[in-house]
Design a binder for this molecule. Structure first.
Ligand code: TYD
Length: 209
């Protein structure tokens, strides 16, 4: 029996940054760049990305809970997201972009809330021992800039209401991880004008193999 060549595996790209860093503005642009390369694009987010994951997102963003419950829920959402969306898409050759992934758990539950990083390592090794993003784009801004960008007219979620120390620790954890894995991360100075960031993003996507 002859079978066609299996599709080349797709690429997995994640976007990170503290709330107000401006990543949402740029994710769509990167999606357009990927489509322009002729690739099938799957655009998703965490927590969420599946019907069950979106229910978990509602809980995580709006219900008070123990910090370990919070960590378990974001990883439960992730498990579902990987099984239902990310792995099938990559396997058929689609490129997946996700607004946040496990680095956010290290930044928010680890840095921000102070959960021991070794527990997050355990969860990551359990939930996705083989899977890590091919590329993680970290939008980095000083805290004051991020706070000023949060839309004051909208109801802030549990994370957005946190104090400066929380975001400082989250940002530091993101930067620490980026420093540890320079091949996976690209850190973008998100205080730059949108057009300047787009030029950088275009170069990053063009360089992806
Ligand atoms: P965010 O991605 O900023 O979406 P929006 O722009 O709609 O507010 O919101 C998701 C929030 O969830 C964000 O504050 C960070 C938090 N979060 C965690 O605490 N841990 C995680 O593992 C993930 C994926 C997100």
């Amino acid at each position: 029996m002859t079978q066609g060549n299996p599709a080349a595996r797709g690429r997995f790209i994640t976007f990170e940054g503290i709330d107000g860093a401006g990543k949402s503005t740029h994710i769509q642009f990167v999606g357009e760049l990927i489509r322009a390369r002729g690739m099938e694009l799957v655009s998703s987010r965490e927590p969420g990305g599946t019907p069950l994951g979106e229910k978990l997102r509602e809980l995580v963003l709006h219900e008070a809970m123990h910090l370990e419950t919070e960590a378990l829920l974001v990883f439960a959402s992730r498990r579902e997201h990987i099984a239902q969306v990310i792995e099938p898409a990559l396997a058929r050759g689609a490129w997946v972009i996700s607004d946040r992934f496990t680095d956010a758990s290290f930044a928010y539950q680890g840095g921000g809330r102070g959960l021991e990083l070794v527990k997050l390592d355990t969860l990551a090794n359990w939930v996705h021992p083989e899977l890590w993003p091919d590329l993680t784009i970290l939008f980095d801004v000083p805290l004051e800039v991020a706070r000023a960008r949060l839309d004051a007219t909208r109801q802030l979620d549990r994370f957005e209401q946190e104090k400066a120390d929380f975001f400082l620790a989250a940002r530091n954890e993101y930067l620490r991880r980026a420093g540890q894995e320079p091949r996976r991360f690209r850190v973008i100075d998100s205080t730059q004008p949108i057009d300047a960031i787009r030029v950088q993003l275009a170069a990053i996507v063009a360089a992806l193999e």
